[in-house]
Ligand binder design. Structure first.
Ligand code: PLP
Length: 558
């Protein structure tokens, strides 16, 4: 009897172990199915592969014919490059000189200078078309460099510039005057914070607010709160989405350590929803609505523009429906839904992405423009999620501080920003926003098409990206032609153009004229030479072959 019992127990245990293994295996399988097939969806593999990419560069000849263009085309490119270089050295002389001087001491300048174009071309570009990273003033929709050149600003100051630089200058000045008596006292508040809190609650539709110093910190705090209140460990982000540079939200290339408590899932995918339903360890889902423009793709920097596969397309109803599905699953599973609106908040609509897509989040992070021109990060959320301590367990807290949080000058500039949002002028600005920017994108695309240029733009309202319609290895050159035409881009080049909302039709027409002129000059210089053998696939294959050969045979790479 005893023997029978223990045999039974043994089989029972075996069955339980088997069942658990099957469940674990199924969960594993579901997780891997929910990962996007690109490297953006496989953070660990991307990090590992990044370590294998060897440095190599093209010599003077190959630089101009890395796509096997004939000698005549290479010569045209060479002449165009020399002409651009001469223009750079004269027109931007002082700005370039000061940038080069400062670069040795400012690590950020070294980084951004090195990553403007694919690395195989980088050194030659750096020496012939050097970075010119200084400006002396801004006005309207323009900035002026140290040589007195005036550029239409398409950088948008990383997205901060929504209402135009003059607005922020005034906000900072007026704000500073209002808190001057108090000065930089920290820890205690200037009363201006009260109105900010009220206005932020109204804008976000949420119960409470916390103030931080950057978007990255706001995201850190939102995730920390989600973990604290759910008692769960993992955060979910979607492939390609940027949420600042904190380790847990940057699990792939760029972070020296792997992020063990992060799942990177496929955006707009049922398999991702299945993972959310099945896993019990998910505290929160982070959404950066900017991804609606290029779901599952990373920030479109020109340094990775090795061919013309970069694509973008914004489908508002599809993305809104996806967010709604996500909302439902998060509610059903008690997962905290966080909208990271650091970039898009106040740019798409007065009530941000929540209003624009018609979906409510549990926590929302804001930053950038909300500081009225000064550094900021904010979390708005449901009061049960914002609470940082427990009444019944006094030692169990969720700690968050930050020396400069609620700085009086920042609060005052923010107040100017939030008050401006309440004006009829701001209402008028937001009313027709999408139509205006969509019409402008259509107009530019029509002109590009009519001029037979292999370029088109895609947009999410005033956030634009440039795509290329025929295979080429040299699309990244466009940023230099654009600069010469007086258009200022950020260091990621044509991957992202950010317009401030004070662009008039006349301003935009001037930008469009210059954009067309730049693309035409680039075409005439032969950079978009193409033959049927030059497909995107063939370009990728060539680059991969070069990398493998250098990895295997170059002494520096081993
Ligand atoms: C969506 C999003 N979240 C967070 C951040 C980080 O903000 P910050 O650069 O202020 O730390 C950014 C910055 O670009 C962002 O776009």
């Amino acid at each position: 009897m005893q023997w029978a019992n223990s045999t039974l127990a043994f089989y029972g245990l075996g069955a339980a172990v088997l069942a658990t293994s099957v469940v674990t295996l199924r969960k594993r399988l579901e997780l891997s199915q929910a990962k996007h097939k690109s490297l953006a969806g496989h953070s660990r593999m991307a990090r590992r592969l990044a370590g294998f990419v060897p440095f190599y560069e093209y010599d003077d000849d190959r630089f101009f014919c890395s796509d096997a263009a004939p000698a005549e085309i290479a010569a045209r490119r060479r002449a165009g490059f020399a002409r651009l270089s001469a223009l750079y050295q004269t027109r931007f002389a002082e700005t370039i000189r000061r940038t080069a001087e400062a670069s040795a001491d400012i690590s950020d300048l070294q980084f951004t200078g090195a990553y403007r174009v694919p690395f195989q071309y980088s050194r030659m570009v750096r020496t012939q078309l050097p970075s010119a990273s200084f400006v002396q003033s801004s006005s309207g929709v323009t900035v002026t460099d140290l040589d007195g050149n005036i550029f239409y600003d398409l950088t948008g100051s990383y997205g901060v510039n929504v209402f135009g630089y003059d607005f922020y200058k005034a906000a900072i000045e007026r704000g500073a005057a209002r808190v001057r008596e108090l000065g930089p006292v920290l820890g205690l508040y200037h009363p201006v914070i009260v109105e900010n809190t009220k206005l932020l609650k109204a804008v976000s539709g949420l119960d409470e607010v916390s103030f931080h110093m950057s978007g990255t910190e706001a995201v850190m705090q939102a995730v920390r709160l989600a973990r604290y209140h759910t008692g769960r460990s993992h955060l979910v982000r979607f492939a390609g989405a940027y949420h600042g540079w904190w380790g847990d939200v940057q699990p792939g290339v760029g972070n020296p350590l792997p992020a063990h408590e992060t799942y990177t899932l496929t955006d707009l995918s049922e398999t991702a929803l299945r993972v959310l339903r099945r896993r019990r360890n998910i505290a929160c889902v982070l959404v950066n609505p900017l991804q609606a423009l290029h779901p599952n793709a990373s920030a479109p920097s020109d340094s990775s523009l090795i061919d013309s596969t970069r694509g973008a397309h914004f489908d508002k109803p599809a993305y809104a429906a996806w967010l709604q599905r996500l909302r439902e699953v998060c509610t059903e599973q008690n997962i905290v839904l966080i909208f990271d609106e650091v970039f898009v908040g106040f740019r798409l609509a007065k009530g941000g992405a929540q209003e624009y897509f018609g979906v409510r989040a549990d926590l929302v992070t804001y930053g950038k423009t909300l500081g009225g021109g000064l550094p900021i990060g904010v979390v708005c959320g449901r009061s049960d999620l914002m609470k940082r301590f427990r009444d019944d367990r006094p030692a169990d807290i969720c700690f968050a501080r930050g020396t400069f949080n609620s700085h009086p000058y920042v609060m005052a500039a923010m107040n100017e920003f939030l008050r401006h949002l309440q004006t009829p002028q701001a209402d008028a600005l937001y009313r027709d926003l999408d139509r205006i920017w969509n019409d402008r994108a259509v107009m530019l695309n029509q002109r590009l098409h009519a001029a037979a240029l292999p370029v088109k733009v895609a947009n999410l309202s005033s956030i634009w990206t440039v795509c290329y319609t025929q295979p080429s290895r040299y699309n990244w050159m466009l940023q230099y032609y654009l600069r010469v035409e007086g258009l200022a881009l950020s260091w990621i080049g044509t991957g992202r153009l950010i317009f401030s909302l004070n662009y008039t039709d006349a301003d935009f027409k001037a930008v469009a004229d210059r954009f067309i002129a730049a693309a035409k000059a680039m075409q005439e210089d032969g950079w978009w030479w193409n033959n049927p053998a030059l497909t995107n696939k063939a370009i990728k294959r060539t680059v991969l072959k070069e990398m493998v050969m250098h990895r295997l045979f170059s002494p520096r790479a081993r």
